[in-house]
Design a protein around this ligand. Structure first.
Ligand code: HPA
Ligand code: ZN
Length: 320
């Protein structure tokens, strides 16, 4: 499965940082982050909320545009090695310069420099989705949206929301989403990972996103599943992430197959691969084993992802 060309729509840049990379940065900066790691070197966390804490602590080692340039190269190298030819990646002004527009532009410049290098050397294309973080609250999300609007363009193509779905409501972030939409950015929102169908409905009806990050707990309400299918809303499904965090015990128990069979536009991504001990190739292998999916199903999933990608038509035809 490694060699099959893959389109990935849902990857958090910091969440894709290999633990050894973060340990290296911590050492360079004389930070003691040993508590974040298991004895075997992997990230240590107990549940989703602990994962968010470890994620943010690991990210505290990323302090300069140069750190992000190196991170971006390391991440794209790993994605390319797994057959990813196009990666839509969540970028957060919260972590890149503290939502200061000037600093944000410097971080973005460094990330783009690395992405251009990766495209030349490894044939992988990156597009950025600027994401606000729900548990940081609406005020910070406004500043994030301003950063996004200031840098919207051919390379920054979307705006989204991640973080703790159990706090606040999508409608609390309307100003940020309106600002991003007015700047021409396309919209996705995390929902239906830790919140149930009501959380998916709120994101769908209040933010009107083209795509939903996860969205999988819609399966608890078949009327909602049918609504997603009718609207053509694309789900950025991350089965390995959901299994690693214990939402479902196995790939076989994961609802992606049922959602697909009922006509929902599903795609496959990794979310935060080293945290969840996964890669795009592993996701494909596990799905193939769990649902007996052959290459034609994966071709359909990739076609759906390509059609739903937030890039321009020239880029789309180049990667197709
Ligand atoms: N859900 C919400 N926020 C996140 C995630 C996720 O899966 N990964 C990184 N931030
Ligand atoms: Zn995510």
């Amino acid at each position: 499965m490694k060699s099959m060309p893959k389109i990935e729509l849902h990857l958090h840049l910091e969440g894709a940082a290999p633990p050894a990379f973060i340990r290296g940065l911590a050492q360079e900066k004389h930070m003691d982050l040993s508590g974040l790691f298991n004895p075997d070197g992997s990230y240590r966390f107990t549940d989703f909320w602990d994962f968010l804490k470890v994620y943010e602590a690991a990210t505290s080692t990323l302090q300069t545009p140069e750190d992000y340039r190196r991170l971006t190269l390391a991440v794209l190298e790993e994605s390319a090695a797994n057959g990813v030819v196009y990666s839509e990646t969540f970028l957060s002004p919260d972590f890149c310069g503290g939502r200061d527009v000037g600093a944000w532009k410097e971080y973005l410049h460094a990330i783009r420099d690395a992405a251009d290098q990766a495209e030349r050397q490894m044939g992988i294309t990156l597009r950025g989705i600027i994401t606000c973080i729900r548990h940081f609250g609406p005020d910070k999300a406004r500043e994030t949206a301003v950063c996004a609007a200031e840098t919207a363009g051919d390379w920054i193509t979307g705006f989204g929301i991640a973080g703790d779905e159990k706090v606040l409501q999508p409608k609390d972030f309307l100003w940020a989403f309106d600002c991003a939409r007015e700047a021409g950015l396309r919209i996705t929102a995390h929902a239906g990972e830790w919140g149930g169908p009501e959380s998916v409905r709120a994101a769908l009806h209040d933010l009107n996103p083209e795509r939903i990050g996860h969205g999988v707990r819609a399966i608890e309400d078949l009327a909602l599943v049918d609504e997603l299918a009718e609207r053509g809303t694309v789900l950025e499904v991350c089965p390995g992430s959901n299994v690693a965090l214990g939402i479902w015990p196995t790939f076989r128990a994961h609802p992606i197959g049922k959602l697909f069979d009922r006509g929902v536009k599903v795609t496959v991504s990794t979310d935060d691969p080293p945290f969840f001990h996964t890669t795009m190739a592993r996701e494909y292998d596990m799905l193939s084993d769990a649902f007996d999916w052959d290459d034609s199903v994966f071709a359909t999933l990739n076609r759906t992802a390509l059609d739903a990608a937030f890039c321009d038509t020239d880029t789309r035809s180049k990667i197709a």
